[in-house]
Write a protein that binds this ligand. Structure first.
Ligand SMILES: O=C(NCCO)c1cc(-c2ccc(F)cc2)cc(O)c1O
Ligand SMILES: [Mg+2]
Length: 214
């Protein structure tokens, strides 16, 4: 039976990356995606912007929407202080199965909680079921038509506090027009666009960083 792209990506990690070394896992995935097969990881160019936002925020509690193979999960977790934690939500069970193995190979599993399910169902359970108060940083990288409804849901559930950062991938390609319009025009956010490129290509894309003003 045919292997899937996530399975082949995991194979490359297990063959070429050093166990317990997040940087080597990131490097291996980027090399795989440049030389073998494109995959929808945030990639190294946008990944450097992600890194700078994470380090500048110095978050204690992070939410990632859309795990895929765990590339950005590993990137973020590797920058977190010891007590900090990252909750990552993935709807697709096949992606989740691969991501767990990538996260463990990188050695960051103690900082990460991967939860399978629909973000719209899981976000309202964050406080009661996952012991979360508010998120310091949210990385949006899941279905592009879920960015806006899930942002409104996080507001309604009291999961954002004054100063919480939303960082959204793919605001140009594939694009999230309704989300962009919302965060750029709402008085409750201060938004900033970081121009970049679609992972592993020359196509324009970018990250939108939005600070919740309370
Ligand atoms: O759908 C995406 N993520 C959620 C997955 O559950 C996604 C898609 C693309 C992309 C795909 C196809 C294309 F032609 C261009 C872009 C890129 C990304 O970074 C993404 O995050
Ligand atoms: Mg993306």
């Amino acid at each position: 039976t045919q292997s899937t792209r996530p399975q082949r990506l995991l194979g490359a990690v297990q063959k070429k990356a050093t166990r317990g070394n997040p940087r080597s896992v990131i490097q291996t995935i980027d090399q795989f995606c440049r030389q073998r097969e494109w995959a929808m990881n945030v990639g190294d160019e946008k990944g450097c912007i992600l890194d700078s936002v994470v380090t500048e925020t110095n978050p204690t509690t992070v939410l990632e929407l859309g795990t895929y193979c765990g590339y950005s999960t590993v990137r973020i977790a590797s920058l977190l202080p010891p007590q900090a934690r990252l909750i990552t939500l993935e709807f697709n069970p096949d992606f989740a199965r691969i991501a767990r193995q990538v996260i463990t190979w990188a050695g960051v599993q103690d900082k990460v909680e991967l939860v399978e399910g629909a973000s719209g169902d899981l976000i309202p359970k964050m406080k009661a079921q996952f012991g979360v108060n508010t998120f310091d940083l949210v990385f949006l990288d899941h279905w592009k038509d879920r960015y806006l409804p899930d942002t409104k849901l996080m507001e309604e559930c009291g999961l954002l506090k004054k100063g919480s950062i939303l960082l959204a991938d793919n605001v140009i390609c594939p694009g999230t027009p309704d989300y962009l319009e919302y965060v750029r025009n709402s008085p409750r956010y201060q938004s900033q666009y970081f121009k970049s490129h679609l992972e592993y290509t020359k196509v324009e894309d970018g990250l939108e960083k939005s600070v919740f003003l309370g």
